[in-house]
Design a binder for this molecule. Structure first.
Ligand SMILES: Cc1ncc(C[n+]2csc(CCOP(=O)(O)OP(=O)(O)O)c2C)c(N)n1
Ligand code: SF4
Ligand SMILES: [Mg+2]
Length: 291
């Protein structure tokens, strides 16, 4: 286990006091420490949103891209250097709204990355519009009469879409969440971890207590639960409302990752291979011109 302080960034989070993003940040650091991954061995990629500021607050490689576009960048990074551990952190709007198309394709490819969705059921950064995971009837500035459409069910969507590790965590349980993230990082393939997190400023319905009262640990309450049973997992994914399962809901260790099937990657990461016979030093010099 490495010292968690290794991942401390000089940047101080601008999140509201009590925001669930603090717990998620802490859990990501704990997971890296647990797996003894040094800052240069991991990259955190995000889009735009409160939760998407996370790469700024952790000492590791980072990439903060346009709203909804974290997954294409993350997959590109993984293809360029599949030795890197790639963690994507997006909000529910970023990941399940504007980024939904990318999500579906990343999952069916079984790209080897961990996608943490900071799911506060609202657009936090833009001051409280309803999001794809806002429950039906949820009143916000953009849904003054209550959200009309039913919420996206990320767990069911991920199972159906081809994700091979599907889990749910809670930002107020960072130790448990860190275990999930570490398991996701060890898993070969696409790991979706949906994280319940309060937005204390704009979501006054799905509060910390709301999540705490409903969340239960699947492994403790149902020790016989088998996450490799796809139909059972799909059934479990429907649970929302009074009872919300936490933990690994679906697992498929049989599928190869996308990267494992790309012939060009068989000889090691692309970043370490000469291009068209040109030595790497020449490319390095060209790269330096643009840095
Ligand atoms: C193309 C584009 N459309 C819209 C926006 C405005 N915008 C920025 S963040 C955001 C939603 C943030 O919600 P979420 O992803 O749930 O993150 P949170 O702030 O809740 O963590 C929106 C609509 C933008 N930056 N770019
Ligand atoms: S607005 Fe909500 S999501 Fe954004 S920092 Fe504040 S509490 Fe967190
Ligand atoms: Mg959100």
């Amino acid at each position: 286990m490495l010292d968690i302080k290794l991942y401390n960034s000089p940047e101080k989070p601008t999140w509201c006091p009590g925001c669930g993003d603090f717990g998620i940040l802490n859990a990501v650091k704990q997971a890296l420490a647990m797996l003894e991954l040094y800052p240069h061995e991991a990259i955190v990629v995000s889009g735009i949103g409160c939760g998407s500021k996370l790469p700024h607050y952790i000492r590791a490689n980072g990439f903060n891209i346009l709203h909804g576009r974290a997954l294409p960048v993350a997959q590109g990074l993984k293809l360029a250097n599949h030795d890197l551990k790639v963690i994507v952190t997006t909000g529910d709007g970023d990941g399940y709204g504007i980024g939904m198309g990318h999500l579906m394709h990343a999952m069916r490819r079984n790209a080897d990355l961990v996608h943490i969705v900071e799911n506060n059921q609202i657009y936090g950064l833009t001051k409280g519009q309803y999001s794809p995971t806002s429950d039906k009837g949820f009143v916000t500035t953009t849904s003054p009469d209550g959200a009309i459409e039913p919420a996206v069910n990320p767990i069911a969507l991920a199972i159906a879409g081809g994700a091979t590790f599907v889990a749910r965590g809670f930002s107020s349980e960072p130790k448990h969440l860190a275990q999930l993230i570490a398991r996701g990082l060890r898993h070969r393939g696409y790991a979706l971890i949906d994280v319940l997190q309060p937005c204390v400023t704009y979501n006054k319905v799905n509060t910390n207590n709301w999540y705490r009262q409903r969340g239960y640990h699947l492994e403790e309450e149902e020790p016989d639960y088998d996450p490799t049973d796809k139909l059972r997992a799909f059934e479990k994914a429907q649970e929302w409302g009074e009872r919300i399962p936490l933990g690994v809901i679906y697992l498929d260790e049989s599928r190869p990752t996308y990267e494992e099937q790309v012939p060009a990657l068989q000889n090691g990461p692309l970043v370490k291979q000469p291009i068209d016979g040109t030595p790497l030093e020449v490319w390095e010099a060209i790269k330096q011109e643009f840095v």
